[in-house]
Design a protein around this ligand. Sequence first.
Ligand SMILES: [Mg+2]
Length: 263
Amino acid sequence: MRKIFFFLFIVPVVFACSNKRLPVVPTANSQDQLLLSVVWFQESPEMMAMYYQCYNNATKSLTEKLKNGDKLIPKAVVMDIDETILDNSPVEARQVITNEPYSDSLWNLWTDASIAAPLPGALEFTLFAQKQGVEIFYITNRSRETAFNSTISNLVEIGFPFADSTHLITKTNTSSKEERRQKVASDHKILLFIGDNIGDFDAVFDDRTTDLGFEAVKQNIEKFGDSYIILPNPMYGPWINAAANTQTGNSQHDKLLKSLKFF
Ligand SMILES: [Mg+2]
């Protein structure tokens, strides 16, 4: 009887206490909703293929645009950073494992480390653009106060061109990037915009209260794959809040469930 008690109760408890990665207890803050999107981002060759597809498309489109343009006007490509050229999925994975919701302190811990890896095709594309005499401006909503130096270090370490204080444009008092794009456009011809959020392209996509932003996309169909290159990010983005805000409920989870169109 003692032996049975030992194996049934003592062994599992000792084993559980010794395993540091597994105490994932569902809580009100459960981040399990991120599991599939993070696995897709980290483990699927489809994700890799899609990034290469987008950057191949960006290379073709840039080549075409350079054939036609005025050679004397300075040219630029405007790119986002997070989930466009840098892979932050490890911090999303950490949220799943620890059930820790997103917070500025967690994000700062991650950006301070300057260890984000480049996304497939991003480095090759930026080096190609540089070779063609095109400047890259990185317009990001990372904070100037907390992430400016660490972001430059991260980009330099990987070998991204134009990783300097002129070309890294961090968040101002608004998350809209329009004013910052206009500043670049004041002395450059912007040939391409690349990002994982349609708000990386134009101010018409900033407002998602009307039709979640679908109508604005429909009005600009011909620009996608031409001057707008959109990358996949199923892990986070303004689309989540926009979908939740169409519904009422006690939690974001409730609201998102109500937003589903189901069979
Ligand atoms: Mg982004």
